[in-house]
Design a protein around this ligand. Structure first.
Ligand code: ZN
Ligand code: ZN
Length: 286
């Protein structure tokens, strides 16, 4: 949940609002699961939504399955079109700034691994090896959750689409079961700013249920719940989207909270928007 509720739906999409201590609680859970710097994670993920399944996507399976799963994490630095400083909402937080280690992927990953290890050594000292080992296994499993999702939920033949999106995203039930509802990924790409990703009765979404529960007990002041009837339903079986025919619009500068207009869909009106558009023509897909 630290990954799904904290890093993803809260930090990356700002799909709900909560006090800072609640934010830190969820983010700490994700950080101790070896997810790395929150600024890094959110910047890469926002770029994924901005450039989904195009050559500028940080981890599309169109490049290669290996690159999509783990290969992209070894690149060592941000691509030129990904600017972590655009995530202004996160950059102004001194803790997130510290964890970002000046933008060095190597240092930030090492720091995260070191803090995660020290935490488990503490568990070992206080509660013994079964707890420490269990916590390590859980952390490594959670580390795999978003990596796995990046790959399997962008392979059309593995799932289904509820909505027509200009990308390869699909809903994959077994990924959703392993990822607290994140596997309803076509729904998520259709409504990236929504705190809710499961729309049909059988699309169980524990992360959304948790956010709703937090709202009920007063820990969340607002959330964005998409209206699935507002978008055209998918009519055809999922296939590779014709990305080669698309001209890409790179939008490095975004809303104050770092999300794009699309990602912030259905947020309250009146939000100050600052946009600088840089157009880039992208060559044909390999
Ligand atoms: Zn995606
Ligand atoms: Zn997302």
């Amino acid at each position: 949940m630290g990954v799904t509720v904290g890093y993803h739906r809260l930090l990356s999409h700002r799909s709900f609002r909560c006090p800072k201590f609640v934010e830190y609680f969820w983010v700490l859970g994700g950080y101790l699961a070896f997810e790395g710097s929150p600024i890094w994670w959110a910047s890469i993920h926002r770029a994924h939504h901005r450039y989904t399944d195009t050559p500028l996507d940080p981890h599309s399976p169109r490049e290669s399955w290996f690159a999509s799963y783990i290969g992209w994490t070894t690149k060592g630095k941000y691509a030129d079109h990904i600017r972590p400083q655009d995530a202004k909402d996160l950059c102004k937080d001194p803790i997130y700034q510290f964890l970002e280690q000046g933008g060095s992927w190597e240092k930030a990953h090492l720091l995260c691994a070191a803090i995660g290890t020290v935490f488990r050594l503490g568990l070992l000292a206080c509660f013994g090896w079964p707890i420490a080992l269990g916590c390590t296994a859980a952390g490594l499993f959670c580390l795999n959750v978003p990596l796995m999702l990046n790959l399997f939920c962008h392979i059309p033949k593995l799932g289904y689409k509820n909505f027509e999106t200009k990308d390869d995203s699909v809903n994959v039930w077994w990924v959703a079961a392993l990822t607290m509802g994140e596997g309803w990924h076509n729904n998520h790409h259709a409504f990236p700013g929504s705190a809710r990703s499961g729309f049909k009765r059988n699309e169980i979404d524990p992360s959304w249920e948790t956010i709703k529960l937090m709202k009920k007990v007063g820990l969340v002041s607002w959330f964005n719940e998409a209206n699935p009837d507002s978008k055209a339903p998918a009519k055809v079986k999922p296939t590779l989207a014709p990305v080669a025919a698309r001209t890409l619009t790179a939008v490095p500068s975004t809303h104050e909270d770092g999300t794009t207009k699309e990602q912030s869909e259905a947020k309250p009106r009146g939000r100050k928007i600052r946009q600088r558009k840089v157009r880039e023509a992208v060559g044909a897909r390999r």
